[in-house]
Design a protein around this ligand. Structure first.
Ligand code: FEO
Length: 183
């Protein structure tokens, strides 16, 4: 009996996204290595933690496909992007990667909607919310660096920024959780 509850199109698209998330993990790992090599221990810690989070995203896709009777495929990954030129470039690229990933998630949502696969549509809503957080987190990185003085930041403010990012939580505050007491 065929117990697969996913169309072949969605199975393939979700499997592709699992590999995209693994590539995101690869990318954050590479940027974390670059940051560590440049003496930014806190920033590299932040990026390494994020690399782990991306792997967890991949695992969610893997598990969902398996739960629905499908079979994901682990493919070869491209090399990680090259080293950023500086911290501004690094944080801008992080933001850009997240926006590109959001667009991929939106295409999956559209696909699930078109197929009226509400289980997959519902599963993907977790990622829609997660991408709001990821983009907010990336915007925060850019803002914090700007406040520290951008590429012209003094060693002292870079030291403080590095320390702050090493301790920064992995999740961003979402608008839906804001209250008038805690906006
Ligand atoms: Fe898994 Fe940063 O998106």
């Amino acid at each position: 009996m065929n117990t697969k509850r996913l169309s072949s199109t969605l199975e393939e698209a979700l499997s592709k996204q699992m590999n995209v998330e693994l590539y995101q993990s690869h990318t954050y790992l590479a940027y974390g290595i670059w940051a560590s090599d440049n003496g930014y221990a806190g920033i590299s810690n932040f990026l390494f933690r994020h690399s782990q989070e991306e792997r967890e995203h991949a695992i969610k896709f893997m598990q969902y496909i398996l739960n629905r009777g499908g079979k994901p495929t682990v493919t070869a990954l491209a090399s990680a992007p090259g080293d950023p030129q500086n911290l501004t470039d690094c944080f801008n690229k992080v933001f850009q990667h997240e926006v590109e990933n959001t667009e991929k998630i939106y295409r999956l949502v559209e696909l699930a909607f078109d197929e009226k696969d509400w289980a997959t549509w519902n599963f993907l809503q977790w990622f829609v919310k997660e991408q709001i957080e990821e983009e907010t987190l990336a915007m925060d990185l850019i803002d914090k660096l700007k406040i520290a003085g951008g590429d012209k930041a003094s060693d002292e403010s870079l030291f403080t920024l590095d320390k702050t990012l090493g301790e920064t939580p992995d999740d961003a505050d979402l608008a839906r959780d804001a209250t008038s007491e805690n906006p």
